[in-house]
Structures are given as C-alpha cells and as structure tokens.
Design a protein around this ligand. Structure first.
Ligand code: ADP
Ligand code: MG
Length: 264
C-alpha cells in the first residue's frame, strides 16, 4: 500500500481537486484506492456527496482512544463514493475540536498511520487531503505518508504559503529517519496572466528539483466534476485538466519507482 498526502498551508490552491483527480486516475487503472479527508471543512467528504455537518462517524473517531486505534475501527469508517474502486474515510466538522483537545497531549501524531496499518490489504493506494493549517491533522498526514504533493496556485501570494509549508516540512523531517520526499505542483495556471507566468518562472528558479516541470491549467471541467460529485476522469477523460493530472500521476509513479521515494 502506498500512501501519498496532499498538503499546503493555504486554502483554495487545488489540494482537494488534486487528491480526487489522482485517486480517480489510479482507480481507473484498476487500483483499489482510499481517500482520507483530514480537513475539518470536509470539502472532500462533500465532494463525494456526504455532509460533514451531519456525519456521526468520521476520522475524528480515530482520535478518541488516547492515540490507539481499536481493531476494526478504521474499516468501520469507510464510505462508498461515485467510483466503485474508491472508498472514502470522511471528515466531519467535529474534527475542528481535535486541534484544541489534543494540542497539549503527546502521542497523537501516529493515529492515522495506525489506522491505515489496519487497512493495508484492502487498498493499493491512499491519498490524504490535509487542512490548510499546521496542527494535529497535518502532522498525522505527514507522518503517515511516504510522498507529499504540494499544490501551489500560480499567483503572487502563493509563494509565501509555499515557504511556510517547506518550513513545516523541515521541522517534521527532524523527527523522521528519512526526509519526506515532496513534489511541488503548479496549479490553476492561466498562461494569459502575468501572475501565472511569472510565478511559474520563480518556482522553477527557487525549487527546481522539487518541482514538477509542467502545470495543471485552469479547467472548468474540474469544477464541474466536483459539482457532479464524480472524479474528473468520470466526467470527461480527455479534458485538459484530466490530461494534466494524468501526466502528473505518471511523474509521481516514476518518482516512487526510481527509488527516490521510500515505499512502505
Ligand atoms: P483546496 O483544497 O486547496 O482548498 P480546491 O481543490 O478545493 O482547493 O480548489 C478550490 C476551487 O478551485 C474549487 O472550487 C475547485 O473546483 C477549483 N479548482 C481547483 N483546481 C482547478 C483548476 N485547475 N481549474 C479550475 N478550477 C479549479
Ligand atoms: Mg480542500
């Protein structure tokens, strides 16, 4: 089972879209995929038609046992999605209380890893969608994954958010045996705007070897897919945005295979 997380300490940069699009393409290829929503806003949960305000069971339940995960709990949380090979571990708004409750307690950083360990034979891939804030959820996502995808919107203010994210990563890396490999993915690219073009240029100069050299273009089909509650490839497999995500997936898979990414 391979675990990838999608994170950036900034909202609206395409995190949820990236996690769902990659999950969809992997599932299309026959892989059994789990998507985990760790964002208290529950965008990914809503995406697949479940209401994060009314769900009584969610990832939050994993955190209610002093850092341990009772047998069978992870499996009990799984929900179906529009894609037969994608299961969802949903978020709920109660997840927001987690940051307050457990901030002062140690031992909560590996809860998600422990939950995923219970599911190792049910899934080939896990994609984790993280919240745009550094807290217990983000720490759990970074601890559970072997490769991190950082979507960065190609606009001026995005670079600050990226600096913060890389700083967080360096902090987390101090407590890992091996540094967590990461790939920066330029998103919402619009070649007609100066902001997109110059941000992409800056990214190439500053983050060269951690940067995926292509980009995800603005494509309204990606938004349409979220409104329809289906993964983008189910709506239109040849949409520009889907083709870009397919190229990204090929790159990420090659990165793991080349041994640049430790496989669990
Ligand atoms: P985040 O999870 O980082 O907050 P989202 O993935 O939810 O970001 O994206 C924010 C909004 O932008 C959503 O409405 C989404 O449908 C839309 N969006 C994301 N990527 C694209 C894209 N490449 N083209 C057009 N719309 C996009
Ligand atoms: Mg999101």
């Amino acid at each position: 089972m391979r675990v990838w997380a999608v994170a950036n300490q900034k909202g609206g940069v395409g995190k949820t879209t990236t996690a769902v699009a990659l999950a969809g393409l992997l599932a299309d290829q026959g892989q059994r995929v789990l998507v985990v929503d760790l964002d208290p806003h529950g965008s990914m949960t809503s995406y697949f038609g479940h209401d994060p305000d009314s769900l009584t069971s969610s990832v939050f339940n994993l955190f209610q046992h002093q850092g341990q995960v009772p047998d069978g709990l992870a499996e009990a949380l799984l929900l179906a999605t529009s894609h037969e090979r994608i299961s969802l571990m949903p978020s709920s708004t109660s997840l927001a209380t987690l940051e307050r409750q457990s901030a002062s307690q140690g031992g909560f950083g590996l809860v998600l890893s422990r939950a995923l360990a219970q599911l190792w034979d049910r899934f080939d891939f896990v994609l984790i969608d993280s919240p745009p804030l550094l807290g217990v959820s983000m720490i759990n996502a970074l601890a559970a994954c072997e490769q991190l995808v950082i979507p960065v919107q190609t606009e001026f203010l995005a670079l600050k958010g990226l600096e913060r994210m890389v700083h967080t990563l360096n902090m987390v890396n101090r407590s890992r045996k091996q540094a967590l490999p990461f790939t920066i993915v330029p998103t919402l690219f619009d070649r007609r705007t100066q902001a997109s073009v110059s941000t992409l240029r800056t990214l190439r100069l500053d983050y060269g070897n951690h940067l995926w050299q292509a980009f995800i273009p603005i494509d309204t089909k990606l938004r349409d897919a979220s409104l329809a509650g289906v993964v983008p490839s189910q709506l239109d497999a040849s949409a520009r945005g889907v083709l870009a995500y397919r190229a990204l997936l090929r790159y990420l898979l090659a990165q793991s295979l080349s041994g640049k990414v430790a496989v669990a």
